[in-house]
Write a protein that binds this ligand. Structure first.
Ligand code: ZN
Ligand code: ZN
Length: 206
């Protein structure tokens, strides 16, 4: 598997480019900003981007969506509960950042959907709490956790649509049930593992 992590934009969002070694098909997770950097990396990796997956609809994860979509022609996918973020300006005036021209999703995701990129297979987990339509993408021994779970941190639950008990429920029932050696690639900050978070994340201790 090809996996490239780019840190983009003023909120240091982790954008991931994931690709199949054999078919050279790929997906981009959270094109938050710096479209040119993302597209140059796609070119260097020699990937044909099939899908753009948004872990949720916050501006810091979708800022370069329009340019990346236009350059790659890839399908834009987001959970249905966050799809309004791609159309309603109000949701994305968060953080004082300007909002790009809205772009509707091509495919609405729900829990249990599969995301197949060449020989790579991922499963969509609906993990609300940070926002109503947050998803994680699980497969190939790794999970992209968006803003649900961070390295020794958890997502904010005080933004519009956020909910603390939902967030903790998502983390405990969907993520902490995974094997310890599952590598976690979050929406901000460095990667971690489920085992490291289980034993050391201060927000998960009871
Ligand atoms: Zn967010
Ligand atoms: Zn974020």
């Amino acid at each position: 598997m090809i996996l490239k992590n780019l840190v983009v934009g003023p909120l240091a969002t982790d954008c991931y480019i994931v690709g199949s070694e054999s078919s050279k098909e790929g997906m981009i997770i959270d094109p938050g900003d710096e479209a040119e950097v993302i597209l140059n990396n796609v070119k260097d990796l020699g990937l044909e981007i099939r899908s753009i997956v948004l872990t949720h609809g916050h501006i810091d994860h979708i800022g370069a969506l329009k340019e990346v979509k236009e350059a790659t022609g890839a399908e834009v996918t987001i959970h249905s509960d966050d799809a309004q973020a791609l159309q309603k300006k109000s949701v994305n005036t968060l953080f004082g950042l300007s909002y790009p021209t809205p772009l509707p999703a091509d495919r609405l995701l729900k829990d249990g959907d599969s995301m197949d990129i060449g020989d790579l297979h991922f499963l969509v987990l609906h993990t609300p709490g940070h926002s109503p339509g947050c998803i994680c993408l699980l497969g190939e021994g790794i999970i992209f956790s968006g803003d649900t779970l961070f390295n020794f941190g958890i997502g904010r639950y005080d933004l519009p649509g956020g909910n603390y008990s939902q967030l903790m429920n998502s983390i405990h029932t969907r993520l902490m049930t995974l094997p310890d050696n599952t590598t976690v690639y979050p929406g901000h900050g460095p990667d971690t593992t489920i085992g490291a978070e289980r034993s050391g994340n201060p927000f998960l201790q009871t």
